[in-house]
Design a protein around this ligand. Sequence first.
Ligand code: ZN
Length: 255
Amino acid sequence: MSTSLSGILLSKVLFKERDILATLLLKNGQKIKVVFYGGAGGGSKKKGSTLELGYSLKVELVARPPKEGLFTAKEWSVHWAHKFIRSDHQAFYLLCLFLEIIDHTSELQVEIFDEFEERLYLVLSNALFYLDQAAGEKIISKSNQFISFAGKLMQVLGFAPDLSSCITCGVNLQGVDSFERRLSFENGGFNCILCDQEGGDLNLYQKLLSIKTEKYSALDLKEVFPPHLAQKVFSYLCYQIQMEPKKIKSYSMLF
Ligand SMILES: [Zn+2]
């Protein structure tokens, strides 16, 4: 087992006054639970300030199998820290939302593998990096930030909406932006305007298409999207992973 790892802090709870029980998303995409003794600060180590949600940490684990699924950190340091997210409440709730969703969509592992779903870490680290940048520029388009993150995540998890053709009649949708279309949660794709006359989701379709084809760095995160489109993507995500929307608490802080 490799004991030198890096990972993003997804959640943390204080226990026994000075210790922290944390969930980390490792670079290889695995989620593990780690105890940081003295991680809450105080004492001789005074490392409490380094354990913030969303930070990327370098961690040296104690080299023994985890006890009841719990790994133990021997040493740790901050590899990447957000600078502006804490000073913008919308950015901070977005951070909490991203972490909460990743926490819900990945299973806890009790053994560390060499290979796993690496792209999961990339989605989260990119989302946090560009969110911090936007917070620094004081331009937070919350619906856009959320849709971009969720769109990339759904690509990795394999249930992004089908963008190629109408899910009911099969008419080609790609490259045809002249007609409206509508997202259907249950069927995993879009209906054309003839099959669902409500339409109204052309902008969302175009956004999801750019999320599918562009790197995170190339996405336009400044364009303002109406909150009801974020709501659609959230409902779609919850439906696909069979999660009760109310369980994602940060969502209601934003939308
Ligand atoms: Zn159709």
